[in-house]
Design a protein around this ligand. Structure first.
Ligand SMILES: [Zn+2]
Length: 176
């Protein structure tokens, strides 16, 4: 083989290997993420009123679990809700950047715009589901210390936010 051909074959080989590793192989779902059918996943979660160690414990567990499914440059594990790891408490975590997550306690969408067709996956059930999500949202929540926060979230992160808040109400993407 000519050296130029060898190089091309090598580059294609590396690209194929990267594709298989990063895209084609599904990431294993950690066992702590509950799967349907499970009673906790369809139960409405309780409002958090006491901001104690239990809240930061759940928050840390959400982050640790997300870390297991998150990896660089890949859209997977963007968010997780407490019921998915066995707590019916209104606590969710969203990915902010690679390896960084933000916790929202008692999140509530107070303004939304642009209800658009969308497709989504969830770590608690198989398959991709078609539904509609708001592209623009304004969310009110508390941090783990109990301080009030307000934030505008748009695009795919807004969709994930809506999926996680749905989890707190016992609603799954397969219910749409
Ligand atoms: Zn989900």
């Amino acid at each position: 083989m000519k050296s130029r051909t060898k190089k091309i074959v090598l580059v294609i080989g590396i690209m194929a290997a990267l594709y298989i590793f990063y895209v084609a192989i599904p990431r294993p779902i950690p066992p702590e993420i509950l799967q349907v059918p499970n009673e906790t996943l369809i139960t409405k979660s309780e409002e958090v009123t006491v901001f104690d160690e239990q809240v930061s414990k759940i928050s840390n567990e959400l982050h640790e679990t997300l870390k297991k499914v998150d990896f660089h440059g890949h859209i997977f594990g963007l968010g997780l809700a407490a019921p998915q790891i066995g707590y019916n408490q209104r606590i969710i975590a969203l990915k902010t950047s690679y390896g960084n997550y933000q916790t929202m306690v008692n999140p509530k969408i107070i303004e939304m715009k642009w209800h658009l067709p969308w497709t989504e996956k969830c770590l608690s059930l198989n398959g991709r589901h078609f539904l509609k999500r708001y592209f623009w949202t304004k969310v009110q929540y508390q941090n783990i210390e109990g301080n009030d926060r307000e934030e505008v979230i748009i695009g795919p992160r807004a969709a994930i936010l809506q999926q996680e808040i749905d989890h707190l109400n016992g609603i799954l993407i397969s219910d749409y």
